[in-house]
Ligand binder design. Structure first.
Ligand code: PMP
Length: 403
């Protein structure tokens, strides 16, 4: 095992104006900081090129439409999908609600079942509970292995033909556990169930290829991928999207409107009512270019090394309990005996170390771990050994203060 100071950071800190001041930003799982390339793309979008999309007869609008649709093509290439299968939404939360409303509420009936896992984010639980309530379907929960992964053997043993939908996190936002997405998909498909993967924490940390995985829906938020807030992606298989009714009614999602009857545009337009987050798409495009230029393999290697070194350093502190598997992607959750995670976060903040403390929108996971909250450090391309050193110094201070 190498030491903290051996870690070769990606050296990207200079690209991120908000954290150049020596702040150890360890809350990327909540939201990533923005590189200059993304900030510039957003500024340019509003500054010299701004116009609406899809409707304008003037050149500026036609140009913006091309730029907007280039963003869709870029997302498609990023996921190895077709651009007609890429729906722009506000974020992962809206993407999951869209599938829960337009697929699950349409397809499910009493007796049908939905399969989730114990570690899901609330946004991959609550929309399915709402769909289950409306349709009379029931929810089952795949347990975790002792090292805090979704237990795919247990999933294979418990899934039945009554399960019509499986929804799982590709990477846990609390534990960093990486799902074997291909195997989970095969298990879902073995009984004819569709599978949605929540890729919020995966797309900034791993190469994702939806064709290779074989899943049916894949969702993520732009702001966790170094892009802007307010823009996210629902990728869905063409035939599934084509069979789904619209999500919201309004402009842009129609084919022809009369008071007698309205017909709808084909996907993805059918699911994009109203003026979209035009500049958000430009920012997301720049963010994908940014991470692809570094390379997701390189980012994954970098973050895996930071996780290994953080875990090794924290393991040396007696009162610390670590959660999640050893090979977690970019995220380390921990607790300190006798100290509330909020107090850990507050004391670390005094040393300019930003972590997240709380239930991380995963209360059922906290219940299964038998704790109310954890402290969580999560990494991005700008983090390096200096951040781990600052974190460890802060934690040593916490243990001194609390005796
Ligand atoms: N799923 C996971 C795994 C997440 O980490 C998050 C954000 N914390 C979400 C879903 C929801 O994303 P958003 O709030 O951007 O819609």
């Amino acid at each position: 095992m190498s030491t903290i100071s051996d870690t070769r950071p990606l050296d990207r800190l200079a690209d991120f104006p908000a954290i150049r001041d020596g702040w150890a930003y360890l809350d990327t799982a909540a939201t990533a900081q923005k590189p200059i390339a993304v900030i510039d793309a957003i500024a340019r979008g509003y500054d010299t090129t701004y116009a609406t999309v899809h409707r304008g007869v003037y050149q500026r609008s036609a140009d913006m439409t091309l730029a907007f649709e280039a963003g869709r093509k870029r997302v498609a290439r990023f996921l190895n999908a077709d651009e007609t299968e890429v729906v722009f939404v506000r974020g992962a939360t809206e993407a999951i609600n869209l599938v829960a409303q337009c697929w699950a509420q349409e397809q499910l009936k009493p007796g049908d079942r939905i399969l989730l896992s114990q570690l899901e984010h609330h946004s991959n639980i609550v929309p399915w509970q709402m769909a289950a309530e409306k349709t009379g379907a029931a929810i089952d929960v795949v347990p975790l292995t002792p090292d805090h992964r979704i237990d795919l053997d247990a999933m294979a043993a418990m899934i039945t033909p009554a399960h019509k939908l499986v929804a799982l996190g590709h990477v846990s936002n609390v534990l960093g556990s990486v799902l074997d997405a291909k195997r989970a998909t095969e298990i879902a498909h073995s009984v004819g169930a569709k599978i949605l993967l929540d890729g919020c924490q995966a797309v900034p940390r791993l190469p994702v290829d939806v064709a290779e995985i074989g899943c049916d829906f894949y969702v993520f938020s732009g702001h966790k991928l170094y892009g802007p807030t307010g823009i996210g992606v629902l990728w869905g298989r063409a035939e599934l999207l084509a069979a789904m009714p619209p999500y919201q009614g309004g402009g842009s999602m129609i084919d022809r409107v009369t008071f007698a009857k309205t017909t709808y545009a084909p996907p993805p337009g059918r699911f994009e009512a109203g003026t979209p987050h035009i500049v958000g798409v430009l920012g997301l495009h720049a963010a994908i270019d940014y991470v692809d230029a570094i390379g997701l393999e390189a980012i994954h290697t970098h973050e895996t090394e930071l996780v290994a070194q953080t875990r090794a350093a924290l393991r040396g502190i007696n009162s610390v309990t670590l959660y999640g598997p050893e090979d977690a992607a970019g995220i380390v959750s921990f607790s300190i005996q006798g100290v509330h995670p909020h107090d850990i976060g507050t004391i670390l903040d005094e040393g300019h170390v930003a972590i997240r403390a709380g239930h991380h929108c995963a209360q059922p996971l906290m219940d299964s771990l038998g704790i109310p909250a954890t402290a969580r450090a999560s990494f991005g391309v700008y983090n390096g050994p200096q951040d781990i050193e600052a974190l460890v110094r802060g934690i040593e201070r916490v243990t001194r203060i609390f005796g």
